[in-house]
Design a protein around this ligand. Structure first.
Ligand SMILES: [Zn+2]
Length: 524
């Protein structure tokens, strides 16, 4: 077991009926970069993702497709969601499905505990019901009728009048946790991030909380309420519990204690569920609240939020088929400030691919290795005297590591990449200024050439380590070409936080062939 501090990160679980688009992939990549950084830094790291599979809408689409709900969700998990993780190279430690037996068993344990402790009660629920939808409609789906239904409330989907109906429901006494939640936000300002999201949550809870209806009895595709199986658990309560059930809640105390609490990464549209309902549920169960909830922004294409219903929905493999998964990961992490909305454009992606990945980083690596081959028979030379230019590179590298690590701590992945890129820029400038090709023409300057190429190669060593959480394909290729596997071991075992310690690359190491890192993209 790694001796580092625990770092347990979760993504939202995918709503299985959705079609994977770059918005889902964006969340996954961010979580993956954060956890790869922590994992490679020696922290006791765990990345959880998975799928949300219960509820009436899934039951309906399954039926419409002539399948049982389980057959339907099995099919979607295997053909859509697990392949998405491969497309963008996600190294998750676990994949939980809300239809997993382990999840259902542990959810029941949790709900029973809340029930026994008096946090759940039974009451009549009154609401506007649509016969077409067979459900109580939320405010967002109720509109004013027109024409023959003018003056009545109608269903936004069916356009027909709604009926006022009553149903017996189980309620979670969430209102009782208002003050505890407000105290939490006050005592731990970093609990909800970014600050704009925190302010919204505080304002929402300050208005007072209603109790939460947590059961449904009009359909049966869900986890039965243990003491009343005529009801199934509300899908959001079921879904939120995945973060606890996946690490053994109620059954594997050692694993649960080792991992919990989690840091959650969510889209800002579901932040309220994670920052209000979920901590209230945990408080009721006597468990620690999450380490934090970070709400990232939306991806905008042509100014509109990415979603499956819009023509702007882009499948991740449309990007990776052309540019590769490294470019996908790099682009979204670099171009968008994590936590804010950001715009995607093909032009920007293509421009950054060419300027930053191909010309900035890829070209640097291939030029330096080619010169080591040409001038030193492919063997990393022994540096002789470090002058001011070399010391400046060493300082840039060690400062970049500290800056990047601090940025990762505050989930500012874009800042971490910008910090690492200072090394790329510094090395490119260094090569231009030192002109090793000119030094090579003068045998008297052989020592100087050795120092310059050692410095450039050692800089690449640091870059391979620092970029490995993002460029999961290019960084190992560079590592292999640097020949360091033999002397330093696997790239994945390189402690990230000490990547800035100078001189790790051993003179005398034989470099190998560098596979093209970022091939030229032919215009479609
Ligand atoms: Zn309806």
């Amino acid at each position: 077991m790694p001796e580092g501090r625990p770092f347990y990160l979760t993504t939202p679980i995918f709503y299985v009926n959705d079609v994977p688009h770059i918005g889902h992939a964006y969340t996954e990549v961010a979580a993956d970069v954060l956890t790869r950084w922590h994992r490679q830094s020696g922290d006791d790291t765990w990345l959880l993702t998975g799928t949300d599979e219960h509820g009436q809408k899934i039951l309906r689409t399954a039926t419409a497709n002539g399948a049982s709900p389980k057959e339907w969700t099995d099919r979607l998990v295997e053909t859509a969601w697990k392949p998405l993780l491969e497309t963008i190279d996600i190294a998750n430690d676990d994949f939980i499905r809300t239809t997993d037996e382990r999840h259902e068993r542990r959810v029941k344990l949790f709900i029973e505990k809340l029930h026994e402790a008096g946090h759940i009660y039974e009451a009549e629920f009154e609401g506007l019901y649509c016969v077409g939808c067979e459900e109580f409609k939320p405010q967002s789906e109720i509109v004013e009728g027109t024409g023959q239904y003018a003056g009545q409330k109608v269903c936004a989907i069916h356009g027909r009048p709604l009926e006022l109906m009553q149903e017996k429901n189980y309620f979670f006494r969430m209102s009782a946790f208002q003050q505890q939640l407000l105290d939490l936000y006050k005592e731990r300002p970093e609990f909800v991030q970014p600050e704009s999201a925190r302010n919204e949550v505080v304002a929402f809870v300050s208005q007072g909380l209603n109790d939460l209806s947590i059961s449904r009895s009009s359909f049966d595709w869900g986890i039965p309420i243990p003491w009343d199986p005529s009801h199934v658990l509300y899908v959001w309560v079921d879904a939120l519990l995945n973060y606890a059930t996946a690490i053994g809640y109620g059954e594997d105390d050692a694993e649960f204690t080792r991992r919990w609490p989690a840091q959650h990464i969510v889209g800002k549209d579901i932040l309220r569920f994670h920052a209000v309902i979920w901590p209230a549920m945990l408080m009721a169960a006597g468990l620690p609240v999450p380490a934090g909830v970070f709400g990232h922004g939306w991806l905008l294409v042509g100014g509109e939020k990415m979603s499956k219903s819009k023509l702007t929905g882009i499948a991740p493999n449309e990007i990776t088929d052309t540019f590769g998964s490294d470019a996908f990961r790099y682009y979204f992490m670099r171009a968008i400030s994590f936590g804010q909305d950001g715009s995607f454009s093909w032009e920007d992606l293509a421009a950054r691919y060419q300027a930053e990945l191909a010309n900035g980083f890829g070209n640097l690596a291939s030029r330096v290795l080619a010169m080591v081959k040409r001038y030193f028979d492919g063997v990393v030379p022994q540096p002789v005297v470090d002058e001011a230019a070399e010391l400046a590179i060493q300082t840039t590298v060690s400062a970049a590591v500290l800056e990047a690590d601090a940025a990762i701590e505050r989930f500012a992945i874009h800042d971490a990449l910008a910090a690492v890129w200072k090394i790329v820029d510094a090395l490119n400038g260094y090569i231009t200024e030192q002109e090793p090709w000119a030094l090579a023409k003068d045998q008297a300057r052989r020592d100087r050439l050795a120092t310059v190429l050692y410095t450039a190669t050692e800089g690449l060593r640091a870059l391979a380590v620092l970029l490995s959480p993002v460029l999961t394909k290019a960084a190992p290729k560079l590592w292999a070409a640097l020949g360091v596997e033999d002397s330093l071991g696997e790239l994945s075992a390189q402690p990230l936080r000490s990547a800035g310690e100078w001189g790790q690359l051993k003179p005398g190491t034989a470099v190998g062939e560098l596979e093209p890192l970022f091939p030229r993209i032919e215009a479609a």
